[in-house]
Design a protein around this ligand. Structure first.
Ligand code: MCA
Ligand code: AMP
Length: 491
């Protein structure tokens, strides 16, 4: 990704970022990044991969900090701005972050850090004070850690090198023909690959323009579309669902204006979760755009995509992207050409390791193929996802959530004897989270939810509860989660 800094020299006066209606050029970005790098170095020659966590809204500052960390030789750890303190603390502890950068709005949230950690805390405004020589960074060095949920234990840190990120970004740029003429509206959270790689690093690499909004709101997004300030748009299926619902509430004049404006976009992309065909059709009726569905994973970047030119097949994720090799395998990791089988991936963009977890890293590869856990078939050259090999992974609003992590939190309560957390199919969210609980004492759902809110981010909260006297189990005593799902669906 450091290539971006070379390239940006040629686009000095071109707008790189828009946030809060203010334009920032590539030159301004480069200068701010260098100053931030110097401040982080604070006299050292190189950060030598120390972890720098930052809790900053999507903005020019966010991008300058990300680039500054990389220029100084640090490893960027973008924090989720919606996480409660326990989740932030977990990431700071797990990464052993040496620096935490924050902006005013998150001071109250991170206040306990001052007592809990020995970490250098830096306010955003104090970052652009120094200038110094910057180190040469080998592309094989670690660049970023992003957290992802799995089927075992707490979320794992996914480590990518500069080389991995560059490979991911080059592949996307080539596949979707992103150029300096593009304008990308980014409404995604930046602690995940979709937002930070797909809708940020990729356009920056192409010298395109990225616009952030102060918050996610359908009206603000339609406003940008109407003003024709975006040529490429990337979002999760839930966002398209929300846009469709909102569009349907508008008056016919506004609808017609939006209709016309949407036709001018170059491409609209959906991913991070299965795109329902109904959403694809409804969006086509509104925008004239056939959503381009693609598939990815935190460990891989975006790796399979419907084509920019040619058939975009509804219900399919498409073909391997440039530089990516895909195979389907059976339970013994033998290739099964058309499947059904597990998607396994090879490519330069594949992550380096799970942070300080060599066992988990080793067990997620077979013969250098990364095992995704997603089951697919290959039909007439296009891949189609059938499901996952674990019921304990839930996809809600594009976020991946581990059922086990929520169960672990619930079990901390003295009134919970046992529980089973499952994903329940939902048109808007893909899945919503349901918790079936055997309670020792009578439980108040409102109190339970506010207790959970202190410990889990909003997207990991169960939305529906079942209070039971027993959970369905097989002969070995294992909870039958499919049965629990049926019980929720029957509600
Ligand atoms: C929020 N709400 C929910 C959920 N989340 N209800 C059910 N299920 C959920 N998961 C409810 C809240 O309780 C609240 O309800 C209302 O929705 C608004 O909540 P808020 O937190 O403000 O949500 P939002 O800001 O409207 O966010 C919705 C969103 C967000 C924009 C769709 O979920 C989002 O940004 N998702 C994208 C995630 C993403 O980028 N994932 C990529 C990872 P009430 O109003 O009643 O209180 S995957 C990846 O990176 C790989 C590489 C890939 O393939 O892309
Ligand atoms: P994450 O770990 O949050 O990066 O989530 C990656 C997972 O999202 C993949 O393993 C898939 O299960 C799912 N996913 C991503 N894109 C798609 C898609 N287009 N269709 C179905 N599932 C998807």
């Amino acid at each position: 990704m450091l290539d971006f800094f070379l390239k940006s020299q040629y686009y000095k006066n071109k707008v790189a970022i828009i946030d809060c209606n203010q334009n920032y050029t590539y030159d301004e970005l480069l200068e701010a990044s260098k100053k931030i790098a110097s401040t982080l170095l604070n006299g050292q020659q190189d950060l030598h991969e120390s972890r720098v966590a930052f809790i900053v809204d999507p903005s020019f500052n966010f991008v300058a900090i990300l680039c500054g960390i990389w220029l100084a030789g640090g490893v960027a750890v973008p924090l989720c701005v919606k996480h409660p303190y326990p989740s932030i603390k977990y990431v700071l502890e797990d990464t052993k972050a040496e620096v935490l950068i924050y902006e005013d709005s998150y001071l109250k949230l991170i206040e306990p850090v001052f007592n809990d950690f020995c970490v250098r805390t830096l306010h955003v405004e104090s970052l652009k004070t120094q200038t110094s020589n910057l180190p040469e960074i080998d592309v094989n060095r670690r660049a970023m850690i992003v957290y992802t949920s799995g089927t075992t234990g707490r979320p794992k840190g996914v480590v990518t090198t500069h080389h991995n990120i560059l490979a991911q970004v080059k592949s996307l740029t080539e596949c979707w023909e992103i150029t300096e003429h593009d304008q990308v509206l980014n409404v995604l959270p930046l602690h995940h690959v979709h937002g930070i790689i797909g809708a940020l690093c990729c356009p920056l690499y192409a010298a395109a323009r990225v616009e952030f909004l102060p918050k996610f709101h359908e009206a603000l997004i339609f406003d940008v579309f109407q003003k024709q300030r975006t040529s490429v748009y990337m979002a999760v299926p839930t966002i398209y669902y929300k846009l469709i619902t909102y569009f349907n509430t508008l008056n016919s004049k506004l609808k017609a204006n939006i209709n016309n404006a949407l036709k001018t976009l170059r491409v609209m992309i959906s991913g991070s979760g299965a795109l329902p065909i109904s959403t694809l059709n409804d969006w086509q009726a509104i925008s004239g755009q056939i959503l381009l569905e693609r598939y990815g994973m935190t460990e891989l970047g975006l790796v399979i995509s419907n084509p920019l030119h040619g058939e975009r097949r509804p219900g399919f994720i498409g073909l391997p992207m440039p530089g990516v090799t895909v195979r389907l395998t059976d339970d013994t990791n033998q290739e099964v050409h058309d499947g059904p089988g597990e998607i396994q991936i090879k490519g330069e963009g594949v992550f380096l390791e799970y942070w300080q977890n060599p066992q988990a890293t080793a067990s997620s590869f077979v013969d250098q193929w990364f095992k995704t856990g997603d089951i697919a078939v290959l039909e007439n050259g296009y891949y189609k996802i059938l499901g996952r090999n674990s019921v304990d992974i839930i996809k809600t609003g594009g976020y991946k959530v581990s059922a086990l992590e929520i169960e672990e939190v619930l079990r901390q309560r003295p009134d919970v004897e046992d529980c089973a957390v499952v994903g329940i199919k939902n048109d808007e969210w893909g899945e919503i989270i349901g918790a079936a609980i055997i309670n020792k004492l009578p439980m108040n759902t409102e109190e339970l939810i506010s207790w959970l809110k202190e410990r889990l981010p909003n997207y990991k909260l169960p939305r529906t509860f079942l209070f039971l006297t027993e959970l369905p189990r097989n002969v070995l005593g294992k909870i039958i989660k499919k049965e629990v799902q049926h019980q929720f669906e029957a509600l």
